[in-house]
Write a protein that binds this ligand. Structure first.
Ligand code: AMP
Ligand code: GLY
Length: 427
């Protein structure tokens, strides 16, 4: 196998963890991160490229002899970066580690994902979809629906398009705001109304070459801003891996009832998919149900999955591209991983940027994965809501969390906030 020049697209903690992992591979020649952050430049070169400016990405790939592109997030994939490369004779042989635009619809359209799951008998919440033409039917449906009820904008809405309505009034209000008032623009023209499922969520990651597939270590993220899973939804405040309740019996259900029919379903419908499938699952009385699909790795889950993954990431992606994943066995570190996200006070609402960070050099035993940071001469400044993820590996979850929390006290910036209860249900 040959070594590659790699272009990684994105600038979050996920991309920092991927850059860290790539940099350990003997098959990683030069690594470029676009646009990256103040942490990714330890592992490669940050370059200023817009994630959906495919013409500029093309030019960069050709001039830097890039052989592998990994889009960290969904935007470039949903915008069709895979198809753009495949249609261009100069770019065709470059690996784009992610699905075709059609495959990315598993994340890009909740209605597409629900219909797909229905066609392939994949367990998920019961649902109906509505649009402007069926608005009145939707209102009637919501009026008789048990509570709580879940209302989802069909398209990408930066994690804000899901409403869990506790009252019928709130449900009707959210529903009309999406369809009639275009609260989420085109993303909410179509709406999925679904049954509320009760259970604990977890994230499972498939890597597929279109036929064969492997599972990476599973993880659990903590989405709410407040301790005890209260308050607003965020991009994720921390994560752990492994997930204690994801034992052999549960994971065998995930493989048989969800992963297998998902990959077989994509193949039978001739949907080109070589990349990561993120299964957002919920454990309902010991049975996994799909809450959502994403077409990429999770953030902050990647910050615990990469430290536990023993395989070489470039080798995995090369095997995926060449349809040889049947030859791969995933090897995971037996230790537990935990990550704690430090965020800017105010997040996920308004917050300030440009705050000077200190204490980064005082961190030991943990890995710092920068998220919203910016290098400014010799200083590191905050540059986002989620600022930095502190990941640790230890024999037990408790010890891994203690290591991350010890270091969370050392890193400092104005208005720093973090949840102090990551992993609480398992301690
Ligand atoms: P999504 O963007 O589809 O992942 O939804 C965001 C969050 O809303 C999920 O992580 C769940 O916590 C919650 N959620 C979505 N759908 C359901 C459902 N059917 N039942 C219970 N909670 C849900
Ligand atoms: N942590 C959830 C996500 O990446 O969508």
């Amino acid at each position: 196998m040959k070594a590659y020049n790699i272009l990684l697209l994105g600038s979050g903690g996920r991309e920092n963890a991927l850059a860290w992992k790539f940099s350990q591979s003997k098959y990683c020649n030069q690594l470029f991160i676009a646009p990256g952050n103040a942490g990714t430049n330890q592992y490669g070169t940050n370059v200023a490229l817009s994630l959906t400016d495919f013409a500029a990405i093309k030019e960069f790939c050709l001039s830097h002899e890039i052989g592998l592109v990994l889009p960290g997030g969904e935007d470039a994939l949903v915008a069709g970066i895979y198809d753009f490369f495949q249609k261009d004779t100069q770019l065709q042989s470059i690996i784009v580690a992610g699905p075709s635009q059609q495959g990315a619809q598993l994340e890009g359209s909740k209605a597409f994902a629900k219909q797909f799951m229905q066609r392939h008998q994949i367990p998920t919440a019961a649902y109906r979809e509505f649009d402007n033409a069926t608005f009145d039917e939707g209102i009637a449906y919501l009026k008789q629906h048990p509570l709580p009820v879940v209302i989802k904008a069909d398209g990408l809405a930066a994690g804000k398009g899901v409403i869990i309505a506790q009252t019928t009034e709130e449900a009707l209000d959210s529903f009309s705001k999406m369809i009639r008032d275009a609260q989420f623009g085109d993303a909410g023209k179509k709406v999925v109304v679904e049954e509320f499922l009760t259970g604990i969520e977890l994230s499972v990651f498939i890597l597929t070459d279109g036929t064969n597939w492997v599972l990476l270590p599973e993880a659990k993220d903590y989405k709410r801003i407040g301790e005890g899973d209260t308050g607003l939804n965020t991009g994720g405040m921390g994560a752990i891996s492994p997930v204690p309740f994801a034992d052999a019996s549960f994971m065998s259900k995930v493989r048989e009832q969800i992963a297998k029919p998902t990959i077989e379903g994509l193949k039978s419908e001739q949907i080109v998919y070589k990349g990561f499938v993120f299964l957002g699952l919920i454990n309902v009385n010991g049975n996994p149900f799909v809450i959502e699909y994403n077409c990429r790795m999770g953030d902050p889950e990647t910050e615990v999955v990469m430290p536990r993954l023993k395989n070489d990431l470039v080798e995995l992606i090369d095997a995926m591209w060449n349809e040889r994943l049947d030859e791969i066995t995933i090897q995971s570190d037996e230790r537990a991983a935990a990550t704690v996200m430090l965020v800017s006070g105010g997040y996920p609402n308004d917050y300030l940027k440009g705050k000077k960070m200190s204490g980064l050099q005082q961190v030991n035993d943990s890995i710092l994965f920068h998220a919203g940071t910016l290098a400014n001469n010799q200083e590191v400044l905050t540059n986002g809501g989620r600022v930095i993820a502190i990941s640790s590996l230890a024999p037990t979850l408790k010890e891994a969390l203690e290591m991350s929390y010890r270091n969370a006290e050392r890193v400092d910036f104005d208005n720093k906030y973090f949840r102090k209860d990551i992993g609480y249900e398992f301690l």
